[in-house]
Design a binder for this molecule. Structure first.
Ligand code: G6Q
Length: 551
């Protein structure tokens, strides 16, 4: 039995769960008029309402006790201070340093890393502004009109999500493209309409060895050489972001066009680093500073607010409550702002890659469940698709709803319609519809008793489905920075409670290793028998049926 599941707080939570598990949130709201005031928090321009959750004062008290038992405040400080908390990779975890607006030194391995961070950020901004002001010229002295970020996972999802989210703040005559999939269709779809003379490629790869990225980078390079006639001016069309400078140089990228990453920044936490180059190109230095400032504010809130008033802490504790006591297997992320349409995909990586672990920090198999399956979609789109399961399915799916109080374009008719859905959904998921209410509704619709009897069971909604709502003033760089950082910290807190390392990703490494082993087997037409019968069968079928062409 693990220390966690034997801890006093955990045992008390289990007992409390048995007492509360059938209590309906309708009753909780009826019995406590102050529920919203008690269970909502504000941080700058963000309101976090967690009152529509299956909790009462006792739940909150015990969850906070759990956070205290695992010494959460100390663990938070350890992260911010650069302790080697990623113990399986022997690394500090310092994405927070990248947005640190203070003036204190931060020592890692005896060196203050802050000057280097600022220097690299200045280089990134300098390049970005040169491109934005048409000062960067390609092989034929033309200005850059298109930038292609080639990267995958952490070197892709963050920049893509942020540039989509901040679309209204981007330059309209500079097009940004993202290529991640090694499937040639991805890069070909991008290259098809591009002119190499006005295109700049960013090869974004911390390791500079990731197969998908390197294959795409090579294709981009060949495309440029073919179109430009030689490789003389390639340095004007390729820049890199990596911690592997020698490999980037070997690829042919000029040293002054290589932007540095450090091993203490995990891929999925790296959009604040030079990996965010595409973001700076899209929104400009001032807006990028706002993004960093928003994250920094969330960092300060996380570091300073008492646990019970701490948004990421409460988000995390609620997740633990559903995951480990209600045994919820998943969690939905439902942004209602169209520009956040890549946020669920981004969060899926951030959360599942961080907390999808089954071994604790001491190397033991855990005897409790860890990270949930994260899925999501733009809320409105989800309503017309999978919300059915949220309302009437057999599974409990806690959901986070994110929505702006006003939209930058502010067409009131649209925005009111949007928000009416936000409020209606959270209310309906909480309240449900009783048999009596359903009966009265059908009766009012003019159905006779026989028809009502037939239809009634299908018209009942159990409700008691938890949602937490993040209502932010508007989606701008600062708010977005804060939201992302809040979720990063939520993930961290859950990792601390589950006693796992949220900052390694051996499952991702496995994929990289396996593909490397099989790749040589695909070079010829020889049938193979080195694997299990299924893998052999699939590979041999592929070899027999693929068109006989090389390349
Ligand atoms: C993120 C993961 C992973 C990584 C990609 C790309 O935390 O480590 O998603 O970002 O595999 O790796 P490179 O940046 O090294 O190409």
């Amino acid at each position: 039995m693990s220390e966690l599941t034997q801890s006093n707080a955990w045992l008390a939570l289990r007992k409390h769960y048995n007492e509360i598990k059938h209590t309906h949130m309708r009753t909780m709201f009826e019995e406590d008029e102050k529920r919203f005031d008690k269970y909502s928090l504000e941080m700058n321009e963000i309101l976090y309402d967690y009152s529509k959750n299956r909790i009462n004062d006792e739940t909150v008290k015990l969850l906070l006790q759990l956070a205290d038992d695992v010494k959460l405040p100390l663990r938070i400080e350890n992260m911010f201070n650069g302790e080697v908390i990623n113990h399986t990779e022997h690394r500090a975890v310092l994405h927070t340093a990248l947005r640190d607006q203070g003036n204190q030194p931060l020592i890692v391995d005896g060196i203050d890393i802050m000057p280097e961070i600022r220097e690299e950020l200045a280089r990134v901004k300098q390049l970005a502004e040169k491109i934005r002001t048409r000062g960067w010229r390609g092989a034929t002295n033309q200005a850059i009109t298109d930038v292609v970020n080639i990267g995958i996972g952490g070197s892709h999802l963050g920049p893509l999500m942020v540039t989509e989210a901040l679309r209204p703040y981007t330059l309209h005559d500079l097009n940004l493209h993202f290529v991640s999939n090694v499937d040639e269709n991805h890069i070909n779809d991008a290259l098809e309409y591009l002119n190499p003379e006005t295109t700049l490629f960013i090869i974004a790869s911390k390791t500079f060895t990731t197969q998908d990225t390197m294959v795409n980078a090579e294709t981009a390079r060949q495309w440029c050489i073919n179109k430009l006639g030689n490789d003389e001016y390639l340095h004007r069309h390729f820049v890199a972001v990596t911690s592997n400078v020698p490999l980037a140089k070997e690829f042919g990228i000029a040293e002054e066009n290589i932007f540095k990453m450090w091993d203490w920044v995990g891929g999925r936490y790296s959009l604040w680093s030079a990996i965010g180059l595409s973001i700076v190109i899209a929104i400009g230095s001032d807006q990028f500073d706002q993004l960093l400032a928003g994250a920094y504010e969330a960092d300060m809130h996380f570091r300073q607010a008492p646990l019970g008033k701490n948004i990421p802490v409460m988000m995390a504790l609620l997740g633990v409550w559903y995951n480990n006591f209600f045994e919820a297997q998943s969690m939905a992320v439902l942004p209602y702002d169209q520009h956040l349409h890549r946020f669920p995909a981004y969060l899926q990586q951030a959360d599942m890659e961080s907390n999808g672990k089954n071994v604790d920090r001491q190397g033991n198999q855990v005897d409790y469940t860890t990270g949930p399956v994260i899925f999501g979609e733009i809320g409105i789109a989800g309503q017309h698709a999978f919300f059915q399961l949220l309302h009437q399915g057999t599974k409990l799916v806690p959901a986070d709803i994110l929505a702006p109080v006003y939209s930058i374009r502010c067409i009131a008719r649209h925005h009111r319609a949007l928000m009416s859905n936000v409020f209606a959904q959270t209310e309906a998921l909480m309240r449900g519809k009783t048999e009596q209410e359903a009966y009265e509704e059908l009766k009012a619709d003019g159905l006779d008793e026989k028809q009502i009897k037939q239809l009634l069971p299908y018209k009942i909604f159990p409700g008691n489905r938890p949602t937490s709502t993040l209502l932010f003033d508007t989606l701008n760089a600062k708010t977005l920075g804060s939201i992302i950082a809040l979720y990063e910290h939520k993930i961290f807190v859950q990792g601390v409670i589950w006693n796992i390392n949220s900052f390694d990703q051996w499952g991702v490494e496995l994929g990289k290793q396996l593909a490397k082993n099989i790749l040589p087997e695909l070079n010829d037409i020889e049938q193979i028998d080195a694997h299990d019968s299924s893998t052999n069968g699939l590979i041999n079928h592929y070899k027999r049926h693929r068109p006989r062409k090389t390349g």
